[in-house]
Design a protein around this ligand. Structure first.
Ligand code: AMP
Length: 418
């Protein structure tokens, strides 16, 4: 059921609590935190301007990073308030906490057309627990609620689920912002009856993260193209050599099931017929999460003969061309996850070829292309092709859960159209 949006209601004169996604990348420069990419801020401007033009007062809430319920000064939203003020071209107040006296004081000064940004809601552990008393405190001044943070909508947190429930119980309207509206349109309505062929491209590290979306899309898609490390769990299930590729042996049964479902339904499920394999060498170092860091040597094209000391790190040239051919014939395309370890340019060719094919199908054949968050977005940006894609989702985990057909708590909390 489509959700009401800010275009369907009149919030003039109301104090509106707006949940936005200001989880921007920051880096320290001369002792100050500087925003390195403002996309997430600029993407909310249409929603904010629409509400301000109506004469609403805005209380903006967001999270930044993972402070785990504690005040972490480097994860303060203060730099975002300054940047928003600059981009919006009007004063933006900042409250040093998201609840309590600092908010009461700021709200007391506000009039129509004013904007207040609250401090990081995740500085309180109660946010992620959706604690009712905390949600009450957050909702204290809210007469209406807008959610424009699709990337957080899969979480039942206080600012995404608790607050709208309280506002609705008070008779306030709870609606989607313009960015949320587009996410729901492209990931939801547009895929209900997709133009065919409907081609899904899935890559990335783990089958375990994507098995649900594979299951859901096998019911709808005409073809499923598998790449990334995930492909090797499928190959392992088929008894093919995978060497020391990143695999999940516990998920081979699920992979076999997916292959069977595809065969039963007549869905083309393609796995790489060749790979870029390289010798894996342990550097003796550990990454931030304590996992071993590997170096890769002597990359080569493997065709069903990945050696015991090699890992598969990208789809091979033959596979890239096959996948590009399938994509060229598509009318609807959904892509989530890179085809290989694309951060290393020796293993980025497959991902770039796919990005190019998706852009071409969109531009030349009028295909509807949707890229679901995370690394595939980074890859498309790197290839300079982002303006040639129909819709690039702002939500990684949220877009996957939505495609799985799950109800997102932050979306369920908004009012239905009629
Ligand atoms: P995900 O978050 O599941 O979409 O995974 C993205 C990550 O998977 C990226 O950092 C890729 O570099 C990594 N990745 C993709 N393919 C491979 C592969 N064949 N071997 C190792 N890592 C890979």
């Amino acid at each position: 059921m489509p959700k009401l949006t800010i275009k369907d209601v009149n919030l003039a004169g109301k104090r509106v609590f707006v949940r936005v996604d200001y989880n921007v990348p920051l880096k320290e420069q001369d002792g100050q935190m500087v925003i390195t990419d403002t996309t997430r801020i600029t993407s909310t401007l249409d929603t904010l301007k629409h509400l301000l033009d109506q004469g609403a007062q805005l209380i903006l809430a967001a999270h930044l990073g993972r402070p785990k319920g504690k005040v972490v000064p480097e994860m303060s939203l203060r730099p975002v308030a300054a940047k928003l003020q600059e981009l919006l071209g009007r004063p933006v107040l900042f409250a040093e906490d998201c609840i309590g006296e600092p908010v009461d004081r700021a709200v007391a000064q506000m009039k129509a057309g004013d904007v207040l940004l609250l401090e990081n809601v995740r500085f309180h552990p109660e946010e992620e627990k959706n604690d009712p008393a905390f949600a009450e405190a957050l909702a204290k001044h809210a007469e209406a609620y807008v959610n424009d943070a699709f990337g957080s909508a899969h979480r039942a947190h206080a600012s995404t689920a608790g607050v709208p429930q309280i506002v609705a119980a008070r008779g306030g309207q709870c609606v989607a912002g313009l960015l949320m509206e587009k996410e729901l349109k492209f990931l939801g309505e547009e895929l209900e009856n997709p133009a065919r062929p409907f081609v899904v491209i899935l890559g990335g590290a783990k089958v375990s993260d994507k098995i649900q979306v594979i299951k859901a899309l096998l019911q709808k898609a005409d073809a499923l193209l598998i790449g990334g490390a995930m492909a090797y769990t499928f190959k392992l299930a088929q008894g093919q050599p995978v060497g020391v590729s990143l695999v999940e042996p516990d998920f081979t049964d699920r992979a076999t099931e997916a292959l069977q479902t595809a065969a039963d339904r007549g869905v083309k499920l393609l796995l790489p017929t060749d790979d870029i394999a390289a010798k894996r060498v342990d550097t003796g170092q550990k990454d931030k999460k304590g996992r071993p860091v590997y170096a890769y040597e002597n990359p080569r094209v493997a065709k069903g003969d990945i050696r015991d000391d090699e890992a598969g790190l990208d789809i091979g040239p033959e596979t890239a061309e096959t996948y590009a051919g399938v994509i060229a014939g598509a009318k609807t395309i959904v892509w989530n996850g890179p085809m290989g370890l694309f951060e290393d340019e020796r293993f980025a060719k497959g991902t770039l070829r796919v990005a190019q094919a998706v852009a071409e199908a969109t531009q030349k054949n009028g295909a509807l292309s949707i890229i679901g968050g995370g690394d595939s977005v980074t890859a498309v940006n790197k290839a300079g092709l982002s303006d040639q894609i129909t819709w690039i989702s702002t939500g990684g985990g949220a877009s996957l859960e939505f495609l799985e057909g799950r109800v997102l708590p932050g979306v369920a909390a908004l009012m239905d159209k009629n």
